[in-house]
Design a binder for this molecule. Structure first.
Ligand code: PRP
Ligand code: URA
Length: 197
């Protein structure tokens, strides 16, 4: 994971490799984020006899925040191929740094017990917090946040606004700069994945 983070942060890493790394790191983080999901005991017939096993007992929804969260979906689905995936579109207003919602593809009512929000960057925390507000209003029961790099300001904001939400990050960086970018971070995660900017 640390090795992959060093490649991801490198400004010389090209778009294709960057996308692959986001996906691979996303899978690794999902392993950590799913260790406490409840399971139910079940017996399975093997060719040699009966085995006591465990199966997931709750349904899980992945909620990528557009755009940058999209890159974590495939990696997360490697871990949990039967998840439902719902998209929330937010962008940060460049001046105010506040999130602006432009897309919401949640079903009419909550159909899962656990929602896992995916977004590589937790900067001011505004986008993550707003997404979780939307999910709570919609009826989500349990919510986890999985991100690749966070700033202390973003973690503090998320913990204050949503103390019930577990946060999983690949790295906690030093600070935000005066235009709201994580330092040292990796730059703009959306632009680097999609070759824009
Ligand atoms: C980035 C990132 C987060 C947000 C984090 O998205 O993917 O969603 O910024 O910043 P915050 O914690 O201060 O809200 P951006 O708004 O750049 O949109 P994009 O993913 O479409 O590039
Ligand atoms: N969004 C990004 O993509 N990068 C940052 O450093 C902060 C917000």
């Amino acid at each position: 994971m640390q090795h992959k983070m060093s490649l991801l942060r490198n400004k010389e890493t090209e778009t294709k490799k960057f996308r692959e790394l986001v996906s691979e790191i996303g899978t690794m983080l999902m392993i950590e984020a799913t260790t406490d999901l409840p399971t139910v005991e079940t017996f399975v017939e093997t060719p040699m006899g009966m085995a006591k096993c465990n199966r997931l007992s709750e349904r899980i929804g992945l909620v990528p925040i557009l755009r940058a969260g999209l890159g974590m979906v495939d990696g997360a689905l490697q871990m949990l191929p039967h998840c439902e995936v719902w998209h929330i579109g937010l962008y940060r207003d460049e001046k105010t740094l506040r999130p602006v919602e432009y897309y919401n593809k949640l079903p009419n009512k909550a159909t899962v017990q656990v929602c896992i929000v995916l977004d590589p960057m937790l900067a001011t925390g505004g986008s993550a917090s707003a997404t979780i507000d939307i999910l709570k209003r919609w009826g989500a029961e349990r919510i986890k946040y999985v991100g690749i790099i966070g700033a202390p300001e973003g973690v503090a904001r998320l913990q204050k606004d949503h103390p019930d939400v577990q946060i999983y990050l690949g790295a906690l960086d030093e600070k935000l700069n005066d235009i709201g970018y994580i330092v040292p971070g990796l730059g703009d995660a959306g632009d680097r994945q999609f070759g824009t900017g």
